[in-house]
Design a protein around this ligand. Sequence first.
Ligand SMILES: [Zn+2]
Length: 77
Amino acid sequence: MNEQSVWECDDLRREIFSYLRTEPQFSCVDCKKVLVWDKNVEPHLKIPYLYGRDNGYYCIKCWGKYIPMSRHPCIIS
Ligand SMILES: [Zn+2]
């Protein structure tokens, strides 16, 4: 069966798509950006406790919003 005939067959196409993921494994608690979809998509952090917020996975950008020091460049004097 060539590739085109596979995709023309509705039953077969439905069967193939039934194995594919429809939800991300992990998405950012805050902005809902997909972090892990079978493999890493976006750099992220798992944060067990963040100033009273729920456990969860955060993208670097959202994580930075909650860590005041992360917005400042590293200063070495
Ligand atoms: Zn985010």
